[in-house]
Design a protein around this ligand. Structure first.
Ligand SMILES: [Zn+2]
Length: 124
């Protein structure tokens, strides 16, 4: 089986579904953010993957923009006490960061695979 015979999996689809970047079927994570050593379905070696700080940077930038914008809007419209801001934005930041990190990490790994930054060895 040659690399050109493997169907191309969209990095966006693989990222959103948190699936293997080569086959799009095997789950990518074993825990919340721990990447498997290899894909269960196609055997792609994922041990060399390194998304680095990329997913966290994108999550911080997006959530920061969203929360600062919403907090400014709420402050201008309602001028609530400080504890209301804490009650509103702390859970949004926490839940939003956890929800965004998995697909962002999977998407970056899929993009690295697409652009041949991960191993391209085929199963024997
Ligand atoms: Zn796979």
């Amino acid at each position: 089986m040659a690399i050109k015979d493997i169907p191309v999996v969209s990095p966006l689809r693989a990222g959103l579904a948190c699936r293997c970047p080569r086959c799009g079927k095997g789950p990518l994570f074993t825990g919340l953010l721990r990447v498997r050593q290899a894909c269960e379905v196609c055997g792609l070696d994922l041990s060399a993957q390194d998304a680095g700080d990329g997913p966290a940077v994108f999550a911080i930038l997006f959530l920061g923009m969203l929360v600062v914008g919403l907090a400014a809007l709420v402050e201008i419209k309602f001028s609530p006490p400080l504890w209301v801001h804490l009650l509103l934005w702390a859970p949004l930041i926490l839940i939003g960061a956890i929800a965004m990190l998995r697909p962002l990490k999977a998407g970056l790994i899929a993009l690295q695979y697409r652009h041949r930054r991960l191993g391209t060895s085929l199963p024997s």
